[in-house]
Design a protein around this ligand. Structure first.
Ligand SMILES: *Cc1c(COP(=O)(O)O)cnc(C)c1O
Length: 661
């Protein structure tokens, strides 16, 4: 392919042009986009690409009904719902829940397991009311329950969970009030189970039992010695924040025995961390936990439940590997391993098989939400501008021009170093006053033109020399997106988590640009520079050049867990709008629109009084009027726009943004 660069002779007379893309745009197919963005890997069975080159959502997976996501976004905009927004597909949530239960039910049949599965959803994963309500509703046929990790989450779970027999697992740090509330709730026929995670909690439970006269059901959270992995590796082992060591568990049993409550101990819980990428970690943990379980049962506790915690991973990059953004097993493998291990341990020990409980958050809630945002503009290196080099130009410019013309497959590395040297010399000359601003501009443009030409050669080379690796990065465009990473994808900033990100449309068109994403905040960390790839991570995302006057929509997928609640108000960009979509036989229904924060909302979070702010501006306009520095009309316009802004969304309105340019 590299041989095609020989057209330099033609370019010698022509003004500098960016080289044509070597692959004709028309030959690009949606299959190429599928491969590029790996949508079949991470998106299956919910997200795909249609013939129009748009992303399609099939909320019920392969069981019918799909929506064109691009058209949905257009339709929502017509309803005056502004970007950025999160779309939550409750049908996806239902499907995730059904799949998880189906996997356990299949495993139970396959291994002839003499017990049942009864999962719970950890509320901390996504506490939004509509989502938790939906979850409880969809979970009814499976007696699916909730897990609370704090007092406020317990309050949510107590009020919302009304499915009889479904479990309410009480985790996290507990005080007297927490324990009492959980115990008393048993009088409302709630199946609350207090999981003792700290040694003192057993005393709280005993005392509450004695004072209230209600018998609690308790569990113990074990610190396994089986190793976790990756980011959450320290969730197990001796240094873990939560859980009881084996000697501590023995102590708890003694204390319960003394209080005549040993039969209250019915559950064993462990949690090896979130996003477990490797099935072997899960196997090791379940093996150890099964042995602890049978020992507890044999020691006189009335054991009934084995709670395997969370950790069931999501394949963010679609690679099906044990890379941290992926997982090397599927939901069925996960269920099979748990069921088989527990069955074997119980059979050997002649202990009754427990009800299996899991606390999968990420695997249930991630897929249902899609974050959609638009691109405000791009930074492109100014190489396109045609210019001519004349004999009156400074020698350094003529040198750069010569270098540019000279670049070929067999000398690009040498030319690259020459170009760098000439550019640096040009800057020195400028600094000493020997080069004018326009001459420096010409020099820099020529330098970038050289880079562009070299880049076009190395794109087709099988091997790129080390010293040229940074070139691609430095020539990349920045796409400015209408979004706050801190608000909408905090894990991408905080823990380098990868999320699949791709355009929602133009997927039948070759994305000829490569870029990073920069958000609206004025924080240099407010950017996304790591993208999914088949192997490892890419630092640039393939994107389309913006078409003037046309919006360009990007979607961030699989962000339904943890992101929304951990988002923060950096630069006072508030909650985004959220839209709940349900499939209907005729199409879809906008079930609920949860308006994002207005500027007045975020200002009041940080204790500003809106009336005071308006009054301050009003007084300042009055003084200016008195001084004669503003007209009445101007002061009214300023005041009105100030007041109106307060009720507006904190994000940019792209329509007015592009109109004002
Ligand atoms: C966070 C957490 C979960 C959820 O983990 P996922 O990996 O999201 O499924 C479950 N149980 C406990 C105790 C947790 O702390």
């Amino acid at each position: 392919m590299g041989v095609e660069v020989t057209s330099t002779t033609e370019q010698e007379i022509a003004p500098v042009q960016t080289p044509e893309p070597t692959q004709a745009a028309s030959s690009w197919t949606i299959e190429d986009s599928e491969e590029l963005y790996r949508i079949n890997g991470w998106g299956d069975p919910y997200f795909s690409i249609n013939a129009a080159g748009h992303v399609v959502v099939s909320p019920k997976g392969d069981r019918g009904g799909s929506l064109d996501l691009y058209e949905l976004v257009e339709a929502l905009k017509q309803r005056d719902i502004h970007l950025p927004f999160v779309i939550r597909f409750s049908d996806i949530l239902a499907d995730r829940l059904e799949r998880l239960n189906a996997c356990f039910s299949q495993a139970i049949t396959r291994y002839n397991y003499p017990g049942i599965y009864q999962g719970v959803f950890p509320v901390k994963c996504n506490q939004h009311r509509q989502l938790v309500e939906d979850l409880v509703h969809f979970g009814q046929p499976f007696q699916f329950g909730l897990e609370a990790g704090s007092k406020p989450e317990l309050l949510i779970a107590l009020a919302l969970l009304k499915t009889s027999n479904s479990l309410l697992i009480c985790n996290g740090y507990k005080d007297k009030e927490y324990v009492e509330t959980a115990i008393l709730a048993r009088r409302l026929d709630k199946q609350t189970i207090i999981v003792l995670e700290q040694l003192e909690e057993v005393e709280l439970a005993i005392k509450a039992h004695q004072e209230l006269g209600v018998t609690p059901v308790v569990g113990v959270r074990a610190k396994l010695s089986a190793k976790g992995e990756g980011r959450w590796a320290t969730s197990t082992g001796d240094g873990a924040k939560f859980g009881l060591t084996i000697p501590e568990i023995v102590h708890v049993m003694e204390r319960l025995q003394e209080a005549n409550l040993l039969s209250s101990l019915q559950l064993l819980h462990f949690h090896v961390g979130s996003q477990i990428s490797s099935i072997s970690v899960i196997k090791d943990a379940i093996r150890e936990a099964s042995q602890i379980y049978v020992q507890l049962a044999k020691s006189g506790a009335d054991m009934r439940y084995l709670d395997v915690g969370g950790g069931l991973g999501v394949d963010y990059d679609g690679s099906k590997t044990n890379f941290y953004a992926s997982k090397n097993y599927n939901m069925q493998n996960y269920a099979n391993d748990i069921v088989a291990e527990v069955k074997e341990a119980c059979e050997q020990a002649k202990v009754k098989a427990p009800v299996l409980v899991s606390e999968s958050g990420r695997a249930i809630a991630s897929h249902q939400s899609v974050l959609i945002f638009d691109v405000l503009g791009t930074s492109e290196v100014l190489t396109q501008k045609a210019f001519e080099v004349e004999s009156s130009d400074h020698l350094i410019i003529r040198n750069l021009w010569e270098t540019y013309q000279f670049i070929q497959v067999n000398n690009y590395q040498e030319c690259y170093h020459d170009a760098i040297q000439f550019k640096e010399e040009a800057i020195s000359l400028f600094n000493f006053g020997y080069l004018s601003l326009s001459q420096r501009a010409k020099a820099e443009q020529l330098y970038w033109a050289c880079c562009e030409k070299i880049l076009d050669i190395i794109r087709h080379e099988p091997y790129v020399p080390d010293d040229l690796e940074g070139l691609q990065m430095s020539m990349a465009s920045i796409y400015y997106v209408n979004l706050s990473v801190f608000q909408s994808a905090p894990d991408s900033w905080a823990i380098d988590q990868l999320f699949p990100i791709m355009p929602l449309h133009r997927l039948n068109e070759q994305p000829t640009c490569q870029g990073t994403l920069a958000d609206l905040t004025c924080d240099s960390d407010g950017k996304i520079t790591r993208f999914i790839d088949l192997r490892d991570v890419k630092s640039l995302l393939d994107l389309h050049p913006l078409n003037p006057g046309e919006p360009y929509y990007l979607g961030l997928f699989l962000g339904g867990s943890y992101q929304e609640i951990m988002g923060n108000l950096h630069n006072l960009f508030g909650d985004t709008n959220a839209v709940h979509i349900g499939l209907t036989p005729k199409g879809y229904q906008v079930k609920q629109v949860v308006k994002g924060d207005t500027m007045a909302d975020v200002l009041s979070y940080v204790e500003y009084d809106i009336e005071d702010l308006i009054e301050s501006i009003r007084q300042q306009t009055e003084s200016a009027l008195e001084e004669g520095t503003i007209s009445i009309a101007e002061s009214q316009r300023l005041l009105n726009s100030y007041k109106e802004s307060l009720n507006r969304y904190t994000y940019l309105s792209v329509e007015s943004y592009s109109a004002s340019r």
